[in-house]
Design a protein around this ligand. Sequence first.
Ligand SMILES: [Zn+2]
Length: 215
Amino acid sequence: MIMDLHNHTNFSYDGKNTPEEIIENAIANGVDVIGITDHQFSIGGRMDEYLKRLAECKSRYSERIKVLAGLEIGTRPRPDDLLTYDIRGIDYVLFESLDDYRAMDFFEFVSWRHRFRCPVGLAHCDIFAMGERYGLDMTEVLKSENMFWELNTSGNYDYYYDFLTNAAKRELVKRSGIGVSIGSDTHSIAEYRPRQIKRANVLAEELGLCLPFEI
Ligand SMILES: [Zn+2]
């Protein structure tokens, strides 16, 4: 199974394509499960429209690909605007850049994140660097907090390449039993990197990594 659980559409300020274009491109590239994860601050007051559009896509493409409605949530700083949106139709959320020094405090995040009942993951986050900063084994924290971790194949994050080449880190993640998602972080289908997505999915399968949630 090929998953790609991190994609932006034109509901995001930096997304170039419609949800339908993103989904059809994923189908053409052999993806089995596609997650749309637009930025909550870009969707803003259009949350109802966003959820309705993704619900339509789910049924329209159900024979060809599984579509999930996600959300990517900024943490620099804590996005209190989100508390005013109704996100009950969301399948999962990605919190981005928690390893950034401008991000909200990690321990504050851990208690705040319990407001979200859907599956919660960390997008493009170097959990090993964070672990050093906080003096924690982040895989243990993610496991006990039931959060998954993203392998981001966009090419913009070193931690992913480090994971590809560092056997000790791969072993630690494998043994921890944390869920791992794979995401392309696509903002334009012109820049889609299907080989990287496939490679990460094959690696996850070879290592026997757990799925991020039931998909
Ligand atoms: Zn993103």
